[in-house]
Write a protein that binds this ligand. Structure first.
Ligand SMILES: [Zn+2]
Length: 342
């Protein structure tokens, strides 16, 4: 079995700088204004005291009262590994004070970004979330809740995967918690200041051609003991197979980590990063702009790995999401296009 025990390489974003920018999201020229998917709206007074359901027939009309905050969600239900896009209109305070969170996922909270006359956030739900939750926008300085709405978590099951690692082997050594902690410190540092606008458009591509040997969210047991939920895809491929960028962005790390081996990390903007681990070579440099499909390295088995494969994962605001969310169906890009282009 070709696998790694990569569990959560994504580091939590340390801070959320928000800057005003009219070009946060630049829709494709051919894109239709497609606001057809389910969108719900809730009017909330700026004092946060009154919750008023409002009709959602024309959710993006400009009829809001100046002192009224209106919030729209891309969906009222979500599966673990996916994300909700939130759009907020009518808030004229400091965005950097606000955080959004989904109460059943973790203690992680996510920033709002400035759009053209509105604010928005991408709220990911990790693979171990369970139960019913609410999407909440809160002011971190006053503790005030500006908005909260139930979002149903739909059931999703994940397979179990068993790994065997020989005690005392070099592999067990590379998988030590010290090595993992050391790597996480590096990752936290290089992912602390994502671009404040989207650096990609359309769908991501698979970074290497090969078979997915471990899926996102698969429950990983090492020597019979539960270790982690898998943070992304393991893609089995021959040593030396080219690895390409799944989406365009900027390289924020290219080098060798102790646990994750030779690694490239790409910033796609708005707190979205992709990770490529265990490679035999990396062929890009730090701060290099990168296009979708551009070669970044070769498949290998460096770091804590049982054989040649690429570990690939995508994080949003420090939470690992299903890479599928960027590749097909109602992708993040499509959700953003629907919710924040105008
Ligand atoms: Zn892996």
């Amino acid at each position: 079995m070709l696998a790694c025990t990569c569990c959560s390489p994504a580091a939590e974003l340390s801070s959320a700088e928000t800057t005003s920018s009219a070009s946060v999201f630049e829709p494709r020229a051919s894109a239709e204004s497609a606001f057809s998917a389910p969108v719900s709206s809730v009017g909330v007074s700026s004092a946060g005291a009154t919750f008023v359901e409002t009709p959602s027939a024309e959710p993006f009309s400009d009829t809001a009262e100046p002192d009224e905050i209106r919030v729209f969600l891309s969906a009222d239900e979500v599966r673990s590994g996916e994300a909700i896009v939130l759009r907020m209109e009518g808030y004229d305070g400091e965005l950097s004070r606000l955080r959004v969170y989904y109460s059943k996922t973790s203690s992680r909270k996510y920033p709002l970004f400035a759009g053209n006359g509105f604010a928005f956030a991408i709220v990911p739900v990790n693979s171990t979330a369970s139960g019913l939750g609410a999407l909440t926008v809160a002011d971190t300085e006053t503790g005030e809740t500006l908005f909260s709405r139930k979002v149903t978590l739909l059931p999703r099951s994940y397979e179990r995967q068993d790994l065997t690692v020989a005690p005392g082997s070099s592999m067990e050594t590379s998988g030590s918690s010290q090595n993992l902690d050391s790597d996480k410190a590096v990752i936290r540092q290089v992912t602390s200041s994502s671009a404040q606008k989207l650096l990609f458009s359309g769908s991501f591509v698979m970074p290497v051609s090969g078979r997915i040997s471990t899926q996102y969210g698969q429950r990983r047991y090492t020597n019979g003991k539960y270790t982690s939920a898998h943070s992304g895809y393991d893609i089995a491929a021959a040593e030396g197979t080219p690895v390409v960028a799944a989406g365009s962005g900027t390289v924020v790390y290219s080098g060798e980590l102790k646990f994750y081996g030779k690694t490239v990390i790409i910033d796609h903007g708005l707190g979205i990063y992709s990770y490529y681990n265990h490679m035999s070579e990396t062929v890009v440099g730090d701060n290099q702009p990168i296009e979708t499909g551009q070669p970044i390295g070769e498949v290998g088995s460096t770091g804590y790995s049982t054989g040649p494969h690429l570990h690939f994962n995508v994080s949003v605001g420090g939470t690992n999401v299903d890479p599928e969310l960027f590749m097909s169906g109602d992708s993040i890009y499509q959700q953003l296009e629907r919710m924040i282009s105008q």
